[in-house]
Design a protein around this ligand. Structure first.
Ligand code: PRP
Length: 203
């Protein structure tokens, strides 16, 4: 029997885009968007997909439950998992930014109150500038924080800018460009390098 590559895909729009790249490369799977099932396999193509929470993708790959996974650069920088980047998939392109209410200026002598999901990225960014901050860790809908006065600014991802505009916020500073990376772990790659290299060629 041929090798099966186990692929961790982030649930949601991004994972669907990545799956379509795999499908076009000859790794399609029937009914993969069907209902609540989480594991899909195509033995002939030599592939098995798992739908997982986006921030969990590197955990599956790091521990070898998945041989490869698709994961944003934001997650790799935030959690620093022990994985290898095989390729920039060139999708999921967005920016990590500091955003604030229109007209905001960081002129206070107090620690800047920063709401974010990306605590480490925010901390690294501000410590490189020597600016003291007070981090407020949130898990979603970050844009609400400055509206309610919970924070001065947010550190978050911006793609179209629609969410910022709809909430009267604007980009205050750029932190970095983000895109989706195909990742693997050392032992999985060593063990299945022929199959993974074939996948890379076809993608
Ligand atoms: C992300 C991000 C922004 C939004 C940016 O949120 O956190 O809120 O997308 O996209 P835009 O610039 O195109 O409007 P996501 O949908 O992942 O949900 P979240 O609230 O859980 O972060």
């Amino acid at each position: 029997m041929g090798t099966i590559i186990n692929v961790a895909l982030p649930k949601g729009r991004l994972g669907e885009k990545v799956y379509k790249m795999f499908e076009q490369a000859g790794y399609g799977c029937d009914d993969i968007f069907n209902g609540r099932k989480l594991v899909f396999e195509n033995k002939e193509a030599g592939v098995r997909y798992f739908w997982v929470k986006p921030s969990d993708v590197p955990i599956y790959v790091e521990r070898g439950a998945a041989d490869v996974g698709a994961c944003g650069r934001d997650i790799l920088l935030e959690y620093e998992p022990n994985v290898y980047e095989l390729r920039d998939l060139g999708t999921g392109i967005c920016r990590m930014v500091v955003a604030a209410p229109k007209g905001f200026r960081d002129e206070s002598e107090y620690p800047l109150r920063v709401a974010t999901k990306f605590v480490n990225i925010a901390q690294d960014f501000y410590s490189s500038k020597g600016r003291d901050i007070d981090i407020i860790k949130l898990n979603g809908s970050i844009e609400i924080a400055p509206i309610l006065g919970l924070s001065d600014v947010i550190v978050d991802l911006v793609e179209t800018g629609n969410t910022l505009r709809a909430n009267d916020l604007e980009v205050y500073e750029e932190i970095m460009d983000i895109s989706t990376r195909l990742i693997t772990n050392k032992s999985g790659y060593n063990f299945k390098s022929a199959a993974i290299n074939r996948l890379l060629e076809r993608l």
